[in-house]
Design a protein around this ligand. Structure first.
Ligand SMILES: [Zn+2]
Length: 261
């Protein structure tokens, strides 16, 4: 009976306090994340429907961004058939804007995945077809698998390897692989780069090697199974099937199909 005496004049201020203090605490802890989600209100300029740019960005860079976006989307469409993801792109240009959106000014870009849509944050050095294609591929995989925690359903070597299919930067090429090996950088097995920690926590050379190994593996697999195999794998994962089992099975079926021809 006593609980009934908790009247609105007690509950309402308490509820209001929670409503204000929880977002405020989140903002205090992760201001760059909140700015990303509320990019419309951060002073960034709307450049296209889903593209926001640093007001300081030069005209040349804006043209480069526009072209890179179009060509990047095309590369992703060449792999998936069509691009379903509609990520919001936030292109920073000065080191201070980069920092405000949580990207190291020397980094190229990253994708923040959420339940509803993805946000691609570009650093000042990230305006290129390769970087945009790479990040759009991450957004596309997340959209199609309908998961924003990709790492809970696919290993990093697969999501990064898939993104590398459309990323032709020379530092991830076969030539770069040879140079790293010659310098004594160890080549990891796929099992070692199946967790975020194993993939991203090494030094710069080790991480680059992880990308190169992932690219080679997914390229090899994709050459065998093609777009149909990839789309089947994605469909299977999105319905809760096990990644590793389906990845191998689809490859085995493609191999059997070739032998039968
Ligand atoms: Zn990536």
């Amino acid at each position: 009976m006593h609980a009934i005496r908790w009247r609105w004049y007690v509950l309402a201020p308490a509820a209001l306090l929670v409503c204000v203090s929880v977002p405020a605490a989140y903002y205090a802890a992760h201001p760059e994340v909140v700015r990303t989600f509320l990019v419309e209100f951060t002073g960034m300029q709307r450049f296209q429907q889903d593209v926001f740019v640093d007001p300081a960005m030069t005209g040349d860079a804006r043209i480069r961004l526009q072209m890179s976006l179009a060509l990047g989307r095309q590369r992703v469409a060449d792999v998936f058939g069509e691009v379903l993801a509609r990520p919001i792109v936030i292109a920073t240009w000065t080191p201070s804007t980069a920092t405000r959106f949580g990207i190291n000014p020397r980094a190229t870009g990253f994708t923040r995945l959420t339940w509803t849509r993805s946000f691609i944050v570009l650093g000042p050095r990230g305006i290129s077809v390769d970087v945009l294609a790479h990040e759009i591929a991450h957004a596309e995989l997340s959209q199609r698998i309908r998961r924003f925690r990709l790492s809970s359903v696919v290993p990093p070597w697969f999501s990064e390897g898939l993104a590398m299919l459309v990323d032709r930067r020379p530092q991830y090429s076969r030539g770069a692989y040879g140079q790293l090996v010659a310098r004594g950088v160890r080549v990891p097995g796929l099992g070692e780069i199946s967790t975020a920690e194993g993939f991203y926590s090494g030094d710069a050379d080790a991480t680059r090697m992880a990308y190169i190994v992932s690219k080679a593996e997914v390229q090899r697999w994709f050459a065998l199974v093609g777009r149909n195999g990839l789309l089947r794998l994605i469909e299977n994962i999105s319905t809760g099937q096990d990644f590793a089992r389906r990845y191998r099975a689809i490859e085995a079926e493609a191999g059997a199909g070739r032998l039968g021809r």
